[in-house]
Unconditional design. Structure first.
Length: 140
């Protein structure tokens, strides 16, 4: 499961802009075969008085915390490609709009994850493909 936390100033994103970013995030992962329902994006508005960068209140900063659970990249080149692809994904929603942006990716152990009380099926398995087709967790 990719879980994205997007911390941003109030008013930085309209509902339409949030939906577009969530769609772009979802499409990124769907292209590599993850079920769409694996992808979650949470938007957190943070007042400048509670958001500091370098000890100064931030009025135009976006901080994104990405948690990868369903897939992990172990090869350094693959990790770099992932980082660069995600930077390109967020740029139209952040830096290209004049917002300072920083993100990082955490990788959580897959065996500590469940959906509706079901442990997700192995990566790229027929069961996972069924989850993707039905867009929901089903016993396997």
């Amino acid at each position: 499961m990719p879980l994205w936390h997007v911390y941003h100033p109030p008013g930085a994103y309209s509902p339409v802009q949030k939906k577009q970013l969530a769609d772009d995030i979802t499409e990124f992962y769907a292209r590599i075969g993850l079920p769409r329902f694996y992808v979650m994006a949470l938007f957190h508005e943070v007042e400048a008085s509670s958001f500091y960068v370098g000890g100064e209140p931030a009025q135009n900063a976006v901080r994104i915390v990405i948690e990868h659970i369903a897939r992990h990249a172990t090869d350094p080149a693959a990790r770099r490609r992932t980082r660069e692809a995600l930077a390109a994904l967020v740029a139209p929603h952040t830096t290209e709009r004049g917002l300072y942006c920083e993100f990082h990716i955490d990788e959580t152990a897959q065996d500590l994850w469940m959906m509706d009380g079901i442990a997700p099926p192995p990566a790229r398995s027929e069961a996972e493909q069924r989850w993707a087709r039905e867009n929901r967790p089903v016993p396997y």
